[in-house]
Design a protein around this ligand. Structure first.
Ligand code: LLP
Length: 425
């Protein structure tokens, strides 16, 4: 997966720029993004889902350039905080094309959303209905969707499954809280209910759960029509489309997903006597994940009884995903021809805990040594966006490569940045 292409056997290039050059110019660790790959993936979504609204999920990765690329390609945006919202809007993203999510929207989130005029706000709990309605200025109406939990288990890890009742998001279809919330929203003159939303989870690699969700949501649309005489025009199926992190791993097939969702929608709506609602999808990972690579410099290598540990200049602060979800990556040695055969090596970070493992028992040349460069593909989604300041290590920069040129998009967080925020005694 991803866009990194081999140049000889000792280096990798992204968009024509050798990664060794990027490391020399911008330092390590560094995230590298292939702009053309991001744009191609946006276009593939628009082609697969003609007539639908494709909203990029900003939580996967957001910076000003990313907001700009996504807007230029014609996508909308899914945000879940005032931070993501303000960055997007101040980068020129049209607020009307933005959807605001969140199971616990703060007063600041709602204030920003209403002030900037976001297109849709997704209601996630009954308690936020009256609070949101009260914040909408007199004389105006806010378009909202209700987030429904359809009771479907899907997703790559328990921590990223959101389609079942035993988690914090949305309103349950099974216990009737979705139906109850809909009645409440309809009782609020400042809220305009335009549709239903559901997000099953993340890193889903099969189409089936999406089809089950479509069936259940059509069932609810039919009940709303029956009970309230209302035809809701929109259906947002969230994101969660899975990608391969290592060669050979399964990924969700975009063409088949789009085709089968459309067929199921057409069939189900015809059977229920409803018009087909306008579809929205919210891919995050599948747009940006494979377009990113992270570069590390090896700082130490040691053999213990059972393992060879190769320690790099980053770690769980720039990629918490192996520790959180047990995700397995495929690091590669770049910049020199290895003199030894591959053997199982464990790539660890620089942080002060034994769980700071980036890739356990992966095949790397037996002679990996300090000074070497490692590249880890498929690092575009949920790396920088989940990066922390653990051990007061600054966050890595983001470098874009486009048509043979590399440029800085987000600069490295410096020790001065970190110290500046601390105002002392
Ligand atoms: N829409 C909603 C409402 C979501 O909550 C999410 C992700 C998405 C769309 C986009 O999902 P995607 O297409 O990127 O899978 N930190 C985890 C992923 C958490 C996803 C949270 N919500 C990870 O690193 O795997």
């Amino acid at each position: 997966p991803g866009s990194a292409a081999a140049v000889g056997d000792d280096d990798l290039a992204v968009a024509g720029v050798p990664l060794t050059e990027v490391a020399a110019r911008f330092g390590t660790p560094a995230y590298v993004l292939d702009e053309a790959e991001v744009r191609d993936r946006c276009r593939a979504y628009l082609r697969a889902f003609p007539g639908a609204d494709v909203c990029y999920a900003a939580k996967a990765f957001l910076c000003r350039a990313m907001a700009h690329w996504v807007r230029e390609e014609g996508l909308g945006l899914d945000v879940c905080s005032a931070g993501e919202l303000e960055l997007a809007v101040t980068s020129g993203f049209p607020p009307g094309r933005i959807v605001l999510h969140g199971n616990a929207k703060s007063p600041a989130d709602l204030e920003a959303a209403l002030r900037l005029g976001v297109g849709r706000i997704v209601i996630d709990s009954t308690s936020e209905i009256a609070r949101l309605a009260a914040a909408v200025p007199a004389g105006s109406r806010q378009k909202v969707l209700v987030r429904v939990v359809p009771g479907i288990a899907a997703g790559g890890h328990a921590k990223i499954r959101t389609g079942t009742d035993d988690q914090k998001f949305g309103l349950s279809l099974t216990d009737g809280s979705a139906q109850h919330a809909i009645t409440r929203v309809l009782g609020q003159p400042r809220l305009e209910l335009v549709g239903l939303h559901c997000h099953l989870g993340s890193q889903i690699t099969t189409v089936k759960p999406y089809l089950s969700a479509v069936r259940r949501l059509i069932g609810l649309l039919a009940r709303i029509h029956e009970q309230h005489g209302l035809t809701l025009p929109e259906l947002d199926l969230g994101g969660g489309h899975g990608i391969a992190y290592r060669p050979g791993e399964p990924a969700l097939d975009l063409a088949s997903l789009a085709h089968r969702i459309r067929a199921e929608l057409a069939r189900g709506c015809a059977a229920a006597g409803l018009p087909v609602p306008r579809l929205t999808v919210e891919p995050g990972r599948a747009i940006v994940g494979p377009a990113g690579v992270v570069l590390y410099r090896v700082l130490s290598a040691k053999r213990t009884g059972a393992h060879t540990f190769v320690a790099v200049d980053g770690g769980m602060s720039d990629n918490p995903r192996p520790a959180l979800y047990g995700v397995r990556y495929a690091p590669r040695l770049i910049g020199r021809r290895p003199a030894a055969a591959p053997e199982p090596v464990t790539v660890v970070g620089r942080h002060c805990e034994a769980g700071d493992v980036l890739a356990a028992d992966v095949p790397l040349p037996g002679d990996v040594r300090p000074g070497d460069l490692l590249a880890v593909p498929v690092a575009g989604a949920y790396h920088l966006s989940m990066a922390s300041g653990y051990n007061l290590v600054g966050r890595p920069p983001v470098v874009a490569v486009t048509g043979g040129r590399a440029r800085l998009l987000v600069r490295r967080e410096s020790l001065a940045d970190i110290q500046e925020r601390d105002i002392g005694l």
